[in-house]
Ligand binder design. Structure first.
Ligand SMILES: [Zn+2]
Ligand SMILES: [Zn+2]
Length: 165
């Protein structure tokens, strides 16, 4: 589900304060066509990323549903199937000729919505380590992931251990 991983990457990039070239690289990595950004478009996508964060930070499936719907309202103009560039049929949520900001909004809002259906509103989260602002998509088998990375998990484990001894 490309839109979901792109959403997480954009939220984490925005939190880290990356610049426009790095942002374009993230878009290209996630198969976004024509990923070149003007300065203004880069700012609009950073702003959009702060809205995407709400979906990862939602407390439960009900709150997550509300958060995704807020994105769908702003970020999509309609829905249709497409097989562009020889790909398997997949859904698009904005016209092919929309600009980069419109296309990224649509693929992230639509991708998060489809993912929420499949994951029953679960499997998105924010890192449990205090001070880490990263978000993640939980693709683990049991769906109990709490940290953005093994590094953050280990950090907390060590500190919990020290607290006990
Ligand atoms: Zn497509
Ligand atoms: Zn973390």
């Amino acid at each position: 589900m490309p839109g979901v991983h792109l959403s997480a990457a954009l939220v984490n990039a925005a939190a880290a304060g990356i610049g426009r070239p790095a942002l374009e690289a993230i878009l290209a990595d996630h198969d976004i066509r024509r990923p070149q950004l003007t300065g203004e478009q880069g700012e609009l996508l950073i702003e959009w990323s702060t809205r995407l964060r709400a979906v990862f930070a939602a407390e439960d499936p009900d709150a997550r549903t509300v958060a995704v719907n807020a994105l769908l309202t702003v970020g999509t103009t309609g829905v249709y199937l497409t097989t562009h560039d020889g790909r398997r049929p997949h859904l698009h949520f904005t016209p092919e000729d929309d600009d980069i900001v419109g296309r990224v909004r649509a693929v992230t809002a639509g991708g998060l919505a489809i993912f929420a259906v499949e994951s029953e509103g679960e499997r998105l989260g924010t890192c449990a380590r205090a001070g880490c602002r990263a978000v993640f998509v939980d693709t683990s088998r049991n769906g109990r992931r709490r940290y953005c990375s093994a590094r953050c998990g280990n950090y907390d484990a060590v500190h919990r251990h020290r607290g006990r001894t």
